[in-house]
Design a protein around this ligand. Structure first.
Ligand SMILES: Cc1cc2nc3c(=O)[nH]c(=O)nc-3n(C[C@H](O)[C@H](O)[C@H](O)COP(=O)(O)O)c2cc1C
Length: 356
């Protein structure tokens, strides 16, 4: 694993903004992906040999945060706060608006602290849900509630996502190690009624007990962001220039996305659960939807498509990728004999050889 020193700035200080740029490069490095499965290869749909429907008539449309979407897909929270991140976010917002899918922006802390507005994203994407983002640690700090209000107001967000990332912070060279007060801060944010609150992990997963507790606090949705895709333990270990032996046992730490999804939907029936963490394509997304997810999200794979030539963002390449995901979703419905998403939920699947 290579150490990346690009986050060092004069005087040795490391800002949240420069860290975000280093994260973009490291997230694209195949060596920082999880060395383990999201679990979705254990799930197989029962093939329907006589679908009795026309593939082009399949309807993937859905509602999310009171807005109409062409398909239950979201561009997962990634970045913001630096000129490079802004160029990426502009391109992501264009694709999301064009494809009528949801768009989650990355942590707004750096941008807000630098006094940079991301309000242009709402101009680019007026019709789709935009989800703001802050860390649980920042929310729990002094002034956290005001920061959350500023984050929502800045982009006219339809919801705010609070990310929980204790594994990442524990390995991050400049990470936060005191997690006291985060639950209370989330409960206060819900109570303040600024916007619907989504709580997410970043790739290590949300367990059923944490999800139940947070739904009891009144959060609108949990994004499980499980293990199997982008791996923040590996990304942060790659940013360290000291011996990482201490962290080696934790480089594959986390709950596989399938296991999070199954346990959270069982413990919290009728709640909105977002599946993410290592989803690769439209088939994975439909497996997740069948197993109870109300929305699906991809982050790292979207970034990889957008930056495929590593020079400047290519909305065309990402647009084609999203189009392909939608077609894979439609093909899944067709091959199970489901005309729409509600129909898919009733179709049999095999999990570990058991028909459910
Ligand atoms: C470059 C990059 C930056 C990210 N930054 C954030 C962030 O600021 N806030 C957040 O909640 N999640 C962030 N994430 C985590 C993603 O939203 C997602 O939970 C995680 O990458 C797992 O999904 P994936 O396997 O599809 O990438 C980031 C992911 C990537 C790839």
């Amino acid at each position: 694993m290579t150490n990346n020193e690009s986050n060092q700035i004069a005087g040795g200080n490391i800002t949240a903004a420069s860290r975000k740029d280093a994260h973009i490069d490291l997230a694209l490095d195949p060596q920082t992906r999880s060395d383990g499965s999201n679990g979705f290869d254990r799930v197989n749909f029962e093939h329907c040999a006589m679908p009795e429907m026309a593939l082009p008539h399949i309807d993937l449309s859905t509602e999310f945060l009171c807005k109409h979407l062409d398909a239950p897909i979201m561009i997962g929270a990634m970045t913001g706060g630096t000129p490079r991140a802004e160029a990426i976010n502009r391109a992501l917002a264009h694709v999301a608006q064009d494809q009528k899918i949801a768009f989650a922006i990355g942590s707004q802390r750096a941008a807000l602290e630098l006094g940079h507005s991301a309000g242009y994203l709402r101009d680019i994407a007026p019709d789709i849900p935009i989800i703001g983002n802050l860390g649980g640690i920042q929310l729990a700090a002094a002034g956290g509630l005001d920061l959350a209000k500023a984050a929502v107001d800045d982009v006219g967000a339809d919801a705010i996502a609070i990310h929980l990332n204790p594994l990442q912070e524990a390995i991050q060279p400049e990470g936060e190690h005191d997690w006291r007060g985060v639950r209370e801060a989330i409960a206060a944010l819900v109570k303040a009624d600024i916007a619907p609150v989504i709580v997410k992990e970043v790739g290590a997963g949300v367990s059923a007990s944490i999800a139940s507790d947070l739904f009891q606090c009144g959060v609108t949705a949990i994004d499980v962001a499980g293990f199997g895709g982008t791996n923040w333990a590996r990304i942060e270990a790659a940013r360290r220039d000291d011996d990482i032996t201490l962290f080696s046992p934790f480089l594959n730490w986390g709950i596989a996305t399938l296991d999070c999804l199954m346990s959270v939907t069982k413990a919290c029936p009728d709640q909105l659960v977002i599946a993410s963490g290592g989803l690769r394509d439209g088939l994975d997304a439909m497996r997740a939807y069948r197993l109870g997810a109300g929305m699906t999200s991809l982050a790292g794979p979207m970034l990889k498509q957008l930056l495929y030539d590593e020079k400047e963002p290519s909305p065309e390449a990402l647009g084609k990728f999203v189009e392909q995901i939608k077609r894979q979703m439609a093909l899944t419905l067709f091959l199970t004999g489901a005309a729409d998403l509600a129909g898919l939920r009733k179709k049999p699947v095999w999990l570990d050889g058991q028909r459910i």
